[in-house]
Design a protein around this ligand. Sequence first.
Ligand code: ATP
Ligand code: MG
Length: 417
Amino acid sequence: MIKAVRGFKDILPGESEKWAYLENLARKFFLSYGFREIRLPILEKTELFARSLGEATDIVEKEMYTFIDRQKESLTLRPEATAGICRAVIENGLYAQGKILKLFTIGPMFRHERPQRGRLRQFHQLNAEVFGSNAPGTDAELIALALDILDAGGARGLRLEINSLGCPVCRPAFREALKKFLTGLREKLCEDCQRRVERNPLRVLDCKRQECQSLYVDAPRLEDFLCPACKEHYLSVLKDLETLNITYVKNPRLVRGLDYYVRTTFEIKAPDLGAQDTVAAGGRYDGLVKALGGPDIPGVGFAIGLERFLLIAELPEDLSPPLDLFVAALGEEARRLVLPLVRNLRRHGLMVDLDHEGRSLKAQLKQANRLRARFALIIGEKELQEGKVLLRDMTTGAQEPLAQAELESALLKRLLA
Ligand code: ATP
Ligand code: MG
């Protein structure tokens, strides 16, 4: 038997309703916050990710699904959405000077990581990005949006962690200070961090190993190095959050895995998730669009991981609604009689099903029960001859005869009530 690829999961009926529920909920919030949907290819040129994420990131170094296609071009299954959205914004000229562009997208991402709870190789994200706004209010609004979506999905006990990564003006000094701090610790660091010290020292702060993290407790803090403009920006974001009654925790060691982040960076954590506790993450990437060959427009956004969201979501009990009506037609003549009726009722939005297999009445009523039908319509030979049908209330068992003439309107009246 051929099995699915490791880390790639089927989303089966029973689960898929939950996915649809959360996606619809997110969609509503995106629209109410003024975002419009963009749908992107899942395949991009490898160079796009190498350029935008940075060569010395976990994703580019070891997590991408990259292959050479038949034209000998290197292509990559997208590991995240922001790079593709930036590419599309530039390529399609979506940006006009002075215009704010708010985009969202929902879909799968691919990273070759070790699969475990809350970590897959194909996973799914809800993404929101805003282009053209430098204003700290935009950052706070995005954080509010992410929290509102998670909250509406029933996620509780969330913890918002926030930091500012500074900008190309102030970050170099921090980088140097951090490098200096790290040289003393060199031997004690994990292999990955040792490499990071040279190539991308900020990234050590993102190391997943507790041993490393405990060494970084006394590391220099980004906040102490922020230039006045970055400092003011950061304080304004925090002030907006306070105005919105959003609780936050400043985390001076919060850096994002991706190189292009500047200033605001944040993560939303859910303690119930265990080791993979970050359900959403985001931040500002002001230089990215320009670095990809576009105009110099700022950007800020976030991604919510849908698998992790599902693990902490509180969903309504029954997401697959019961059937409105099961039509039990006995015999071919009866079945033919109800075919157009069933179709018309469905076209009115009612959930209706029927049996094409010629099963017995008993079997059909059993099927109706299994589908949790509110009503069953019974039409056998006797009913055919008498020009009527029986409408059975499946909860009470009460049966009511209905005339075959005007049957559709009689049913609509009862079922739509
Ligand atoms: P982590 O530290 O958990 O590896 P990350 O920093 O790589 O996360 P981001 O690139 O910021 O993650 O992605 C944003 C969100 O997407 C994460 O907070 C998480 O909810 C989700 N996510 C990332 N990688 C995976 C994965 N392999 N499986 C499931 N969800 C994921
Ligand atoms: Mg990761």
